[in-house]
Design a protein around this ligand. Sequence first.
Ligand SMILES: NC(=O)c1ccc[n+]([C@@H]2O[C@H](COP(=O)([O-])OP(=O)(O)OC[C@H]3O[C@@H](n4cnc5c(N)ncnc54)[C@H](OP(=O)(O)O)[C@@H]3O)[C@@H](O)[C@H]2O)c1
Length: 285
Amino acid sequence: MATHTNPAQPTTLILGARGTVGSALNPLLTALGHRTRLATSRPPQAADEVHLNLLTGEGLSTAFAGVDHAFLMAPPGHINQDVLLAPVIDAARAHNLKRVVLMSAMGANADENAPLRLAEKQLQATGLAWNVIRPNWFMQNFNTFWLQGIREQGQIFLPTGQARGSFIDARDIAAVAAALLTTDTHANAEFDLTGAEAIDHDQVAALLSQATGRTIGYTEVTPEAMRPGLLAAGLPAAYADFMLLILGYFKAGYAERTTDAVQRITGRAPIGFAQYARDYREAWA
Ligand SMILES: NC(=O)c1ccc[n+]([C@@H]2O[C@H](COP(=O)([O-])OP(=O)(O)OC[C@H]3O[C@@H](n4cnc5c(N)ncnc54)[C@H](OP(=O)(O)O)[C@@H]3O)[C@@H](O)[C@H]2O)c1
């Protein structure tokens, strides 16, 4: 792996590079002529991968050596995102990066002491050119987190009542991040990222049914009924409780708001839920 930089071809370190957003971001950046360095906490498998474990800090200095830009995110499963990201933001500062985009989460700034909000503020205080993006709930949760109930019972089981969410396609988050990492137009700004419209889980189920030809429904469950399933899926108890807390915010209507950030930054409309459902229909076969 080359560690020198070519000004004509900047290098971007992507955290979560094998994840939902990171794996969509990498091809967009390379298509725009940028080099990418793909962080993984597992043993690297390819020349463009670099080992970086946010839980231990292992690999941090190597990962940042010779990097111009970075896409930062905290791995799911942990609620101390500020602690995990602090050394990463320090490293970005120490290496004097030219652009840093942090993926936070919509609602993180409702509490100035929320861990993700603390990470946002640390980045904003570095003096580097920064962006904070706060996506709403991902559409892709239906082919990951909520997949099992849909596959096995044809049901979305969630404690969200009839509240609506302006779900965002992770590919749009990646497109926004790619634009922010390759131009200076929006430097030092924060964006809440949403889809174009808010829909409830009955509408989600109808769109999944249409796309798959299966009958998929939505069943509201209580947070107490959902908790054992989250634990059985391997979530640490503190993270399961955090998920139930934020699903409560969804039910209270906090996920309904829409913004025009995707359109403004990428120049095109966000991907709609029907399109997402068609593109991923094999996941629910
Ligand atoms: N899902 C949503 O609805 C939603 C909404 C708003 C915000 N978010 C935010 O989005 C983020 C998740 O993004 P995503 O869905 O794209 O990720 P993801 O698909 O869940 O993938 C997780 C990534 O984290 C990496 N990772 C795991 N453990 C790690 C460690 N110890 N050190 C370094 N990297 C590690 C994994 O890579 P390796 O296994 O290769 O290490 C993987 O690339 C979270 O911060 C979450 O708060 C999610």
